[in-house]
Every structure is written in C-alpha cells, then in structure tokens.
Ligand binder design. Structure first.
Ligand SMILES: Nc1ncnc2c1ncn2[C@@H]1O[C@H](COP(=O)(O)OP(=O)(O)OP(=O)(O)O)[C@@H](O)[C@H]1O
Ligand SMILES: [Mg+2]
Length: 274
C-alpha cells in the first residue's frame, strides 16, 4: 500500500493520544538542497496502545518522535496531542532518545534522578524511586559511577532508567534496546511489557528489529524511504502476555512476519545513494 495510512481509534469519539494530520518535514541538506524527510504522515495513535515504528535508516522515525515531543516543528500539517494542537515542548511525554546524553559530571544516580529534582520530589522518595529503576535496568551497584566509567550498554540502560523514573503516561522510545546483548534485551522487553500491562501507558517504540516489534506491539507502523513516509499499518492481534519463544511457533506470527518483511525496504543506505 502506498500513500498515507490512518490508524482509527477503536471508538470514533475517543480522543487519540496522537493524531498526525498530513505531517511533512523538510530539511536542508549539506549541499543546501531542500529535501523531504517525512511526507504526508496521516496517523492516529490510540491512548494506552503500544505502537512500534519500523523502517530503514533515514526514513524519518526519529524526526517524527522529535516532532511528537514538540522539539521540532512540522513543515506542513499538524500534530495533535490528546486533542490539542502541539505548539511547544510536550512536557507530558517521557522521551528516551536514540543517542545517550547522560551528563558526564553527574553520577548514574544523579543522572537518573534529574527529572525528579526538577519536579521537586523530596530527597527520600527520589532515592527510593531511583534505586527501584536502577534495579529494574540491571545497574544495581553502579549508582555512584560516572557515565565514563560505564560500558556503552550500561549507559544505554541508565538513560532508559532516566526515562522511566518519573513515570510519564506516554513514552517515546527511540531504539532503546539496540545496544543491549540478547539476554538483557529479552529481560528489558519483558520488563517493559510488564510495566505497560500494569499502567497502560501509551508507548511509541522505534525499532529496526521485526521480531521485537511483533513481540511488543498492538500496531506496527512501517515506514519507507525516498521520501520518508508511512507505507503500511499492521494490527498485531496476538494474545497477551506474550513470550517470544512461544510466539514464534504461532502461525499468525509467521504470517505477520512474512508480510512485513516483504514490505520493509532492505536496500542499504549505500545502494540508496547510487
Ligand atoms: N536536523 C537535521 N538537519 C538536516 N537533515 C536532517 C536533520 N534531522 C534528520 N535529518 C535527515 O532526515 C532524514 C530522516 O532522519 P531520521 O533521523 O528521522 O531517520 P531515522 O528513520 O530515525 O533513521 P535511523 O533508523 O538511522 O535512526 C535523514 O535523511 C536525515 O539525514
Ligand atoms: Mg533514528
């Protein structure tokens, strides 16, 4: 399917968490040429749903998250958050960005607690909540380390903890588990599903990994390139709770996997340039 895709909320009068209306974003390239990074995105994200964005490098996934967090304006169209047009930074969402930006002069504990400090959460409660998420992401014993004393995967987990600690009702997650080893990744996926099933946050989760998308999502939005756009929206009606090992044996899983695999653009960025 080509052109814009729309995910309808299950009940028409329910206000979606995000409504993207013909959203376009243009940038200038290094050669000062204007190009369309994201074209005509028409999409709704239902409140409380777990939605994965998947697509090749450069198709505009991060750009759309940046716009959803209100950090980047659209060049055309509009984004509505809980019915209100987004015009400034969206302080209601937690944003776990693709690139770590832990503050090098703060310990792990102080990096993770930063949003709670800003919210003036009392010190005792802050310490308790920070300790909880440190355990959750497997960084027990590393609270007093500085970012430079951590491995890449540990830094990734610390920034994940920082996004989780203040318990936002909406989470934007940009490839949060990409740098983790397979076992830890599985643990974190299970933990995230557990948190989501408990709190029913709305989660938009960007991944390159089709298995991860099917394991986690209610809906998968497939992006294509040249220009970046939505090419398909897939519902994932597999029963929950899900177990990746068991899920793979389900024929419905195989059907979704095959369909999306064919839709994904597998050309490498080098091929794109030629
Ligand atoms: N601030 C910017 N200035 C100029 N071009 C940009 C800017 N931000 C993104 N782009 C370009 O817009 C396109 C989409 O980038 P984006 O980072 O959204 O892709 P992505 O889908 O997140 O890719 P990846 O999977 O590699 O993270 C790319 O061609 C990128 O080079
Ligand atoms: Mg990206």
């Amino acid at each position: 399917m080509t052109g814009p895709s729309t995910v309808q909320a299950s009940e028409p009068d329910v206000v979606p968490e995000f409504a993207y209306r013909r959203v376009t974003r243009r940038f200038r390239s290094e050669a000062d040429q204007e190009f369309v990074a994201l074209n005509d995105v028409d999409l709704e994200i239902e409140s409380g749903s777990f939605v994965c964005f998947i697509g090749p490098s450069g198709c505009g996934k991060t750009t759309l998250l940046n716009m959803s967090a209100g950090l980047l304006p659209a060049s055309g169209g509009s984004i509505h958050f809980r019915g209100e047009k987004l015009k400034k930074v969206n302080t209601s969402v937690g944003f776990i960005t693709q690139h770590d930006n832990l503050l090098p002069w703060r310990t792990v504990e102080k990096n993770i607690g930063i949003a709670l400090e800003i919210q003036k959460v009392p010190r005792k409660e802050r310490r308790r909540r920070v300790a909880e998420v440190i355990d959750l992401v497997g960084l027990t014993g590393f609270a007093q380390r500085f970012p430079s004393q951590l491995s890449g995967g540990m830094q990734k987990r610390a920034s994940l903890a920082r996004g989780l600690v203040y318990e936002p009702s909406t989470l934007l997650m940009d490839e949060p588990f990409g740098a983790l080893d397979a076992q830890l990744r599985l643990n974190m996926q299970n933990e995230l599903l557990r948190i989501w099933e408990r709190d029913r946050k709305t989660i938009i989760f960007v991944t390159h990994d089709l298995d991860e998308a099917i394991l986690l999502a209610d809906r998968i939005v497939v992006f294509g390139t040249r220009p970046g756009r939505v090419v398909h929206v897939e519902d994932v009606p597999l029963a929950r709770p899900r177990d990746l090992a068991e899920l793979r044996l389900d024929p419905a899983y195989g059907e979704i996997w095959e369909r999306l695999w064919k839709l994904l653009d597998h050309s490498s960025p080098a091929e794109e340039k030629s």
